[in-house]
Design a protein around this ligand. Structure first.
Ligand code: SF4
Length: 238
């Protein structure tokens, strides 16, 4: 399938990352805009697509990737939320034609876009945030979320055969051990799961800057809860 729209405007680039694509060296591309407002988000400039951010057009980015091709295995497209952009499938196709792997980070709100990427073999790795148990998703995502879209995205990803991970940022006051049990049930059978430490350095809702992150032993406790349900479970960000 060819895609009419192949343009994706990039608002930030990290030339080389050893941690954003498990097992691979990648460049990270950040898109602007997001349909969630997670109160603990530390990317508010990208979420609000601030006019202060640099603008890089598709051809410029593709030329940049061409020049990096011998130093990286792939590209991680992050944000913001990549799946709100119509140009994502066409852009992924152009990157894959260069011989690079494509990883997409997503909040899981657009199962239709994920299906298109999967069915057209435009993505090699999907990392989806699971913000919390479905019943309280609006609190953790800071937006109206239809729980069925989240459930659909999780199912699609797990059945796709595409390498994947799910991850949850554990914010005190929003996520506790009982929530982790519910999340573990939701992603039962997933290949990888990551428990992400919350950082209070710069948050979209500034009241979260006074929330102290969980100590490491609580993160270990959460890991023990999730571990039996998934292929592997790691703690990140400590
Ligand atoms: S943390 Fe939430 S608000 Fe921030 S980019 Fe991710 S989904 Fe959007």
């Amino acid at each position: 399938m060819t895609f009419e729209v192949t343009l994706l405007i990039i608002k930030g680039v990290q030339k080389t990352s050893l941690i954003d694509y498990p097992g691979n060296i990648c460049s990270v591309l950040f898109v602007g805009g997001c349909n969630f407002r997670c109160p603990y988000c530390h990317n508010s400039e990208l979420v609000f697509d601030s006019p202060e951010l640099p603008v890089m057009f598709t051809d410029e980015i593709l030329n940049f990737l061409e020049s990096r091709k011998n130093f990286i295995d792939g590209v991680c497209i992050s944000g913001g939320e990549p799946t709100v952009h119509r140009g994502l499938p066409g852009f992924c196709g152009r990157v894959k034609k260069m011989g690079l792997l494509v990883k997409v980070d997503t909040n899981g709100s657009n199962p239709g876009m994920l299906k298109m990427l999967i069915e057209n073999k435009l993505v090699d790795y999907i990392a989806m945030d699971v913000k919390g148990p479905l019943a309280t998703y609006e609190n953790t995502a800071g937006a109206n979320v239809d729980p069925d879209t989240i459930r659909s995205s999780i199912g699609l990803i797990m059945e796709s055969g595409v390498d994947h991970e799910f991850r949850t940022t554990v914010v005190p006051g929003l996520i506790d051990a009982d929530d982790m049990r519910k999340i573990a049930q939701l992603v039962k059978g997933a290949r990888r799961f990551a428990i992400q430490q919350f950082s209070n350095g710069s948050t979209l809702d500034t009241s979260f800057q006074s929330v102290e992150p969980y100590p490491e032993d609580r993160l270990e406790e959460f890991r023990e809860i999730v571990k039996p349900f998934v292929g592997s479970c790691e703690i990140r960000g400590t």
